[in-house]
Design a protein around this ligand. Structure first.
Ligand code: UDX
Length: 449
């Protein structure tokens, strides 16, 4: 089938490459000529495990092409809208400028009976407005139909999530649209992936609701972590116990400096904002608190770092390990790691940052110094902060690292360090959600009599 994909960011580019992998002919359209140029040559414009291979295979097969010209999409039977829907400047709602631009560019060019499928995360009700606009703009009698097929992929796992999704949601208004989408996904469906057919508005809500639940779950865990710290309890054992409850499950229960990225924070705010427009104020109350708890984790980490620097951060050398909003990604959008590093630099600390993939985002910044290795970031550091859950940090040798720092004090903001070898190597390890190490040692000594 000939398919177009409008918007070739993490979502669109991965989706386009997955469609080509399944044997479709795909044209990816984007307004950014640099991005299109790279993709057309099979070069990944972002770091995403497995993506470069999938892209190269698609381009080499001749089934996957890219262009800045929307006219190239004209002959496609199905068009996926994968453009970004960022947070509005100066508001909590979603900015749909790119979505409307894509619709306007596509509408006059659509062939008879084309199916336009939204994948972008949008406020509920947008799909109906897209249908109205296409009816106005497309040629009379062309009977263009809109469907919504939300995408749940995680950065860092985008390829795996695209090729083997947990579920496929088909928001459709007709059997014909469902049949067309089933044909698009026939190879995945043959693997037995669950499919849910629903109306357009429920499909739009599916993505926003999933993100709202995930964000809430992290904030609940982070509140529990704070209580654990206050009560000298152990958040890791606690989440293990919670995760064994089959109603709760073990995933997405990692405490730390909070969630970030290009989706969760802005989708949560957009969801609250849309719910308030619909007269549901409780959504804003609940998710406003989730958002506040999340931001508080960043401040809590900065406060802890300052305490460990005797409340005199100015001129002190701090190593920040991690800048990306999560591991296996080079994305720093709304990154809690970068926010913590930036706040400490604003307080006068001399912050050196190392990230395996995201360092390029630090080029040109005068407040943070990008380093090429963990060792250079940590050389002479009075405080080391682990801010992104990269595996590279989990396997650091505390003895080796202990030789380069000025003081063996580390804050584990992601609970990736094994406390035993670190404390054995003479480090004072502070992990969010575990009681103060000194208090623990005292308690153990008391118990031992
Ligand atoms: C998220 C959703 O998971 C995905 O379904 C949706 O399509 C887009 O938004 P993503 O932003 O790629 O995906 O990352 P995700 O893995 O969900 O992590 C989001 C943030 O939460 C990261 O900053 C991560 O470090 C943090 N997180 C995640 C935690 O703090 N604890 C956890 O247990 C899980």
């Amino acid at each position: 089938m000939l398919i177009s994909v409008l918007g070739t960011g993490y979502l669109g580019a991965t989706h386009a490459a997955a469609l080509a992998h399944w044997g479709h002919d795909v044209i990816g359209i984007d307004v950014d000529p640099r991005r299109v140029h790279l993709l057309a040559q099979g070069v990944a414009p972002f770091h995403e495990p497995g993506f470069a291979d999938l892209l190269q295979d698609g381009v080499a097969s001749g089934r996957l092409t890219f262009s800045t010209d929307p006219a190239r999409a004209a002959e496609a039977e199905v068009h996926f809208l994968c453009v970004g829907t960022p947070q509005l400047d100066g508001g909590d709602g979603a900015d749909l400028t790119a979505l409307w631009a894509a619709v306007e560019a596509l509408a006059p060019r659509l062939r008879r009976g084309a199916l336009v499928v939204g994948k972008s995360t949008v406020p509920v009700g947008t799909a109906a407005r897209v249908q109205e606009r296409l009816d106005e703009l497309s040629a009379p009698g062309h009977e263009v139909e809109v469907a919504w097929n939300p995408e749940f992929l995680r950065e860092g796992h985008a390829v795996e999530d695209s090729l083997r999704p947990d579920r496929i949601v088909l928001g459709v208004g007709s059997d014909a649209a469902e049949a067309r989408l089933r044909a698009v996904y026939c190879l995945v469906l043959a693997d037995g992936v669950p499919v849910v057919r629903t109306d357009l508005q429920t499909a739009e809500l599916a993505k926003a609701s999933a993100n709202a639940m995930l964000a809430s779950r992290i904030s609940v865990v982070n509140v529990l972590a704070e209580v654990c710290e206050a009560a000298d309890a152990d958040i890791e054992r606690l989440t293990q116990i919670l995760g064994l409850d089959s109603r709760i499950g073990p995933h997405y229960l990692s405490p730390g400096i909070g969630f970030g990225g290009g989706c969760l924070p802005k989708d949560l705010r957009a969801f609250s904002s849309r719910a308030a427009e619909l007269g549901v104020d409780t959504a804003a109350q609940l998710f406003g608190a989730v958002d506040e708890v999340n931001t508080h984790q960043r401040q809590r980490t900065v406060d802890l770092a300052c305490r460990l620097l005797a409340d005199r951060p100015r001129g002190r050398s701090v190593a920040a390990l991690g800048a990306a909003f999560k591991a296996d990604s080079d994305d720093v959008r709304d990154s809690p790691a970068l926010a913590v590093a930036t706040s400490l630099a604003a307080l006068g600390a001399d912050v050196r940052v190392y990230d395996p993939e995201a360092s390029r985002h630090l080029i040109g910044r005068s407040d943070l110094q990008a380093c090429e290795t963990v060792e250079t970031a940590c050389a002479g550091a009075e405080l080391t902060l682990v801010l992104t859950e990269w595996q590279e940090f989990a396997v650091l040798d505390p003895v080796e690292l202990g030789r380069v720092v000025a003081r063996r004090v580390v804050v584990d903001g992601r609970l990736v360090l094994d406390p035993r070898p670190w404390t054995r190597a003479g480090w004072r390890l502070h992990a969010l959600g575990r009681g103060e190490p000194a208090r623990r040692v005292d308690a153990a000594a008391r118990r031992a009599g």
